[in-house]
Write a protein that binds this ligand. Sequence first.
Ligand code: DGJ
Length: 731
Amino acid sequence: MAISFEPQKRVFKLDSGNATYAFLIDSGGYPSHLYFGPKLETLDLDYLHRPMIRAFSPVPEGRPAEEAPDAVLREFATHGVGDYALSSAVVRDAHGNTATDMRYRSHRILRGKPKLPGLPATFGSEEEVETLELTLADEATGVEFILAYSTFRELPVIARSVRVVNRGTATVQLEKIGSALLDFDHCEFEFLQLWGAWGRERVTERTPLRHGIQAIASNRGLSSHQHNPFFALVEPGSSERFGWVYGMALLYSGNFRAEVEVDQGNRTRAQIGINPEDFEWELTPGAEFVAPEAVLVFSDSGLGAMSRAFHDLFRNHLIRSRWRDRKRPLLINNWEGTFFDFDQEKILAIAREAAALGLEMLVLDDGWFGVRDDDRSSLGDWFVYERKLPSGIDGLAREINRLGLKFGLWFEPEMISRRSRLYEQHPDWCLHLPDRGRSEGRNQLVLDMSRPEVVDEVFRQMSELLDHANIEYIKWDANRHLTEVGSAVLPPGRQKEVFHRFVLGTYDLHERLLERYPELLIEGCSGGGGRFDAGMLYYAPQIWTSDNTDAIDRLRIQYGTSLVYPGSTMGAHVSDCRRHPENRQTPFPTRGVVAMAGTFGYELDLTRMNEEERAEIRRQVRWYHQYHHLVEQGQLYRLRSDFDTPGGYVVWAYVSPDRREVLLSAVQPRCLLNEIPRRVRLDGLAPELRYRCDELGRSFLGNTLMNAGVELPLLVHDGDSCQLYFHAEEE
Ligand code: DGJ
């Protein structure tokens, strides 16, 4: 059993991969954290429970001082009864009071892992996964908190979620609910976060912890470009290969908050969950609320191992699309090539070129519906714009299929334009508040996805198309954040539920589409990578990483993204520098090398390519067809990540799970005059195997490649790159 319980001292020990997580139920009935780190072999761990009694730490009535809630490490923190650090849950009772004091009631250990109703969640077979359900209760209100902890046989990961059930007799309001809390008895950490903006998503930032609270959050309704629902606490000095690292990610696509507090005793408390700002949930007697799942990853060998654990977790235990292990179609998307300015002939001309060059799917982006000539109209009218596409979507799909290509289509399902038929018919279907204006973003409003009839209508319109045309892929976009978040149909006391209900409605629409079209490949998107989160991966196995397709900028964006999300999930396309605002002329081969770090495709007007460019596309396509499996299933090693220094290299390698193949890619963003060749040490190989590299014309022992390294071909211009393929020779 991966989960064991010692009844005398009430110690729980959860073994997951090469890690152990432990806590006990203390004499006050509180689950108190003991340990999360490399695997331990004993349950004799209660000595780690060391209450730190301090002045100004109140003690519960009639209890000894060591039960002061402020004195111990917690698993789930009370509110208003003496623990002054971040609380896990706040329940407002029928008297209007918010003290919330949850203590152990019971537990059960099960094989496998129950689903979370309406929400994304990791999964695994009964052989791979075990779950501990720990029931805590707040006696005064009768509210129960069922904490779920799941372990994974192969991975140093603990998945946590919470179900709140009102078993009392009065209605209560849930004001705050964290999904996972992690306490430490020290604060020797740095806080690593992924922040960003449109066009420069997931920039890494690392800052020392300080006393008080540090937080990142989204209050935008979507997980957002600005902060990703992930953070890590990393040992100072830790790096790609060394140091203890704790990563936490939330499987949620809406408002979240991740917070870390260092208290007066230099202890650290970290928590992630739904953002409590503008959140509240009414729980009538018998009702329940399920908080999104959080996943905790431990690595004792730096960020590289943390990333690989997240990648394996997401690929094997979160993505459930039928496309998970399939070769993703090599696509051409017309957006940057044409923007709104296209017609059927233009799209077919691009498709003909794509077929001739060996591509596999054409994706028709924004502008095919209603009367959409620019971004000012038609969202919500998901029927064909006949002036542009006289044969309809079904006719176009047929033509494209005839060329040997699959066909994919863009949607923005959660949005509505004022100039649309849908808005004329249902002006109250957008999010809005009485007596206030309706703010627009990119000239559009947001549908109230908390209303089932709204979700029904979008589903009806999308199904109408999917039923009649051979659409094998959809790109699901969302180009603005939420404002005036209110629903015309909920009572005043429940308006704070709308943000979360919006997310549930969006998930429900995904769920219904996948149920009806199980073969459908969904690519997530939000103005580039504004909804790149683990929640979306449950529905969409790939997500558009950024609207910034400049290969040099992409190096950094993909680096940050890869800290948490696997290459198979990162939409990455070769585009035309002539269309970029920066006008940086990155060599065409380098654009291919960078895009091949993710789900590969093109985003340009193929009819405008010259012969040299076409030849390069053919070469890239050949590489992709040969090596795509390494990006899809391989282990990522970030070997060098020097984006800024002249002469610095960015080098990464995907190593096959059996360690017999390696695809190494290197880019030099800025060259150095009079440069000498660079050597790089590989990682993750089998030391005893001999690896052949045809590009270098020789073979090397794995041990040599990992220690002495290999000299890369000399890169002499800004943005030059190379790709090397190594494969184990037969013994
Ligand atoms: C934003 C996306 O990120 C782009 O790729 C494109 O689909 C546009 N929206 C279309 O409006």
